[in-house]
Design a protein around this ligand. Structure first.
Ligand code: NDP
Length: 256
């Protein structure tokens, strides 16, 4: 009997920023495929509420509130999970923030916050989880990238720099850690309806109109649209896939 493709039974998955939006949808998807979920966000109460709701759905879940940009907290959380829950088999670097400011007005603290959350944090998580994965010679890391890993756009220079960097971190780690049977891949969501963009997701907003008309599929994506790619990259189905970025964007990144 060959490998059970797409089956995540007995796998522990740490998903950063999983109290809402894309992270929460990916967590639920991995949970329904059999994984035990390690839920994260900075707000302890939100983490607790999400864990309770997931458990009520019949999923196995535990909460780990910490700030992904703080190496001390990352190191401690990873050590706590490894000693109390067990191996982290799957790491999803999802926590992210965006600030839309023209570059000529962008303040350095805002630049730094975007780079730290979207690029430095995946490095810190990969470093500390990766040490354990290297020892076990097994692991799956999924980095949530963006259209801005590939394309430029006004007002998002810090975000694009971070997400472009995350694409290259993905490729580099895939090369560096492939000998340890660790697969590091990315998902590039298109425009996905989540709390990060509620403010301008209204019919009258020009940015909203631009997004819908620019996306060949003619609609916003939903967080659930990302689940299939996440299960694929977290499971044995992708054991020889490494350093790739799968765009889940309704055809946007390849359209003109
Ligand atoms: P949301 O703002 O809806 O959710 C972000 C999550 O990250 C929250 O759970 C938040 O919880 C958590 N978070 C933020 N900062 C930190 C931190 N320092 N430490 C720990 N947790 C943190 O975002 P989305 O679901 O929309 O986006 C998720 C990912 O997908 C991001 O990386 C984003 O860049 C990417 N993406 C999103 C797209 C979209 O259209 N929505 C398109 C392309 C990429 P809390 O604030 O409580 O810490």
């Amino acid at each position: 009997m060959g490998k059970q493709l797409f089956d995540l039974t007995h796998q522990n998955a740490l998903i950063t920023g999983s109290t809402q939006g894309i992270g929460l949808a990916i967590a639920k998807g991995l949970g329904h495929a059999g994984a035990k979920l390690l839920i994260n966000g900075r707000n302890e109460r939100n983490v607790h509420e999400v864990v309770t709701a997931l458990q009520a759905e019949g999923l196995a879940a535990a909460g780990y509130p910490f700030d992904v940009t703080d190496e001390q907290q990352v190191r401690k959380a990873v050590a706590d999970i490894e000693s109390s829950i067990g191996a982290i088999h799957i790491l999803v670097n999802n926590a992210g923030i965006i600030k839309r400011v023209p570059t000529e007005d962008l303040e350095e603290p805002d630049w730094n916050a975007v780079i730290q959350t979207n690029l430095t944090a995946p490095f810190l998580l990969s470093k500390h989880v990766g040490k354990f994965m290297i020892n076990r010679k097994q692991g799956k890391i999924i980095n949530i990238c963006s259209l801005m890993s590939e394309l430029g756009r006004d007002t998002v220079s810090a975000y694009a720099a971070a997400k472009g960097g995350l694409k290259m971190l993905t490729r580099n780690l895939a090369t560096e850690w492939a000998p340890y049977n660790i697969q590091v891949n990315g998902i590039g969501p298109g425009y996905i309806a989540t709390p990060i963009n509620t403010a301008y997701r209204v019919p009258s907003n020009p940015l909203n109109r631009y997004i819908v008309s620019r996306t060949p599929a003619g609609r916003w994506g939903t967080p659930e649209d990302l689940v299939g790619a996440a299960i694929f990259l977290a499971s044995a189905a992708s054991d020889f896939v490494n350093g790739q970025l799968i765009y889940v964007d309704g055809g946007l990144v390849t359209s003109f």
